[in-house]
Every structure is written in C-alpha cells, then in structure tokens.
Ligand binder design. Structure first.
Ligand code: GRF
Length: 211
C-alpha cells in the first residue's frame, strides 16, 4: 500500500480528485495518509477532514526564520513515513534537504504543458494569462517529478486542452483543471502505486500493464 502525503495551499480541487479516485478505485493500492498545508484557511484541509484524513497546518509565519520552518516542516512530514509526496497546488518553496531526502518521490501538478509557461513566478492564474497573451491554441497540464529546480523535473504525464477564442484566464484555468489536472494527477499516482514508473537517466518510462 503506497502511503501518500498531499501538500496543499488552496481550494484543494486536485486533492479532491485524488480522494475521489481512491474511493472509485481509479487509484489502487494507495492511501492518503496526511494532508499538509502552509495555509490555515486552505479549504483543502476541510476536504481532508471530511474524509477523516489527518489535516495538518504548518506555516512559515509561525517560525522565526525560513530555516526553522524548513526543519520543522521536514520533521513533521518525516513523522508520517510516506512513500510519495504529491504537491497539489502547494505554493511554498520546498526545503532543499527535503528534495534530496525524497529524491524521485515527489510529484507536482503544473497547469501548463511544460516547458511552456513554467518556472519561477508561473503559478495559478498567471500561467493561463501568459498562455492567452501568447495566443497558444493548445495548453494543458503536466505531472512531473520534483527536482531542485522549479518545474524542471522529469515529466511523467501530460494532457492537452484546447484554448477557445473567447477564453478568459479564469475559464481556461477551470477547463485545464477539469479536463487535464483532475485526470492526470490521479492517473500518475495509480501508475506509481502499481510500480509501473521507472526513472532512467532523467527520463520517465511507463511500464505497460500486464494483461
Ligand atoms: C491548480 O491550478 C494547480 O494546477 C496548481 O495550483 C492549483 C491548485 O488548485 N498547481 P487546487 O488547490 O488543487 O484547487
């Protein structure tokens, strides 16, 4: 059974997609052991509580320095002994020590087709504003492993979404979530839980399901 920690900062619709997928058997052999947020007001924490999942808030604001927060955050996470960390709209820069300790065991959902519209400062609505500004006809979402960079780790899954002529950033964000994020993040977790994901020379290989 793959033990998962989901790190959140906001509404938690991606977390909800994971929880629903577990309930509906689209994620097998995995359980969400804990949901951790930096934001006490994150509705994602309420979503976890409704499912009886431990919901923890640990905020940088509670600590004298970022170093103190990083230490406390990593210690808190380590206490749950999870196999996989899922960043689902988590807006805090991960401690370097955590990225090293959980090498190849942290995945992130990003609301564009990486390498487009990603990197420092590209999160939330701004990603879609930039896609519309550039006039792309296709955008989408990416699940990637997290390395020491920003949105630079090996790509696991991507899903394309069409941009409509009258899209606003809000309409496009919602479509990318509904048609891409909420589908590929659960799928990625199910693949990892099934042991079908290999990382080879910085590239991801997905092993075909045995018939
Ligand atoms: C999503 O748009 C996701 O792509 C990005 O942050 C947002 C999180 O939304 N990483 P939610 O908290 O899962 O609703």
């Amino acid at each position: 059974m793959l033990r998962i920690a989901v790190l959140v900062s906001g509404g938690g619709t991606n977390l909800q997609a994971i929880l629903d997928a577990v309930d509906e058997g689209r994620i097998r052999n995995a359980e969400v052991s804990v949901v951790i947020s930096n934001n006490p007001g994150a509705y994602a924490l309420k979503r976890a509580e409704k499912k009886g999942i431990e919901a923890v808030c640990i905020s940088p604001k509670e600590y004298a320095s970022r170093e103190d927060f990083n230490e406390a955050f990593l210690a808190k996470l380590n206490g749950y002994a999870v196999d996989l960390v899922v960043l689902a709209g988590f807006l805090v820069v991960l401690p370097e020590k955590m990225v090293r300790q959980y090498a190849n065991r942290i995945i992130n959902i990003h609301p564009s087709l990486i390498p487009s519209f990603c990197g420092k400062g590209f999160y939330g609505l701004r990603v879609h504003e930039k896609a519309l500004e550039r006039g792309v006809r296709i955008t989408g979402a990416t699940v990637h492993f997290v390395d020491e960079g920003t949105d630079t780790g090996p790509i696991l899954l991507q899903k394309a979404v069409a941009v409509a002529p009258d899209d606003t950033p809000e309409i496009l964000q919602r479509r990318v979530m509904e048609e891409a994020e909420w589908k590929i993040l659960p799928e990625a977790i199910d693949l990892i839980a099934a042991g079908r994901v290999r990382l080879e020379d910085g590239r991801v290989r997905i092993i075909q399901e045995e018939r």
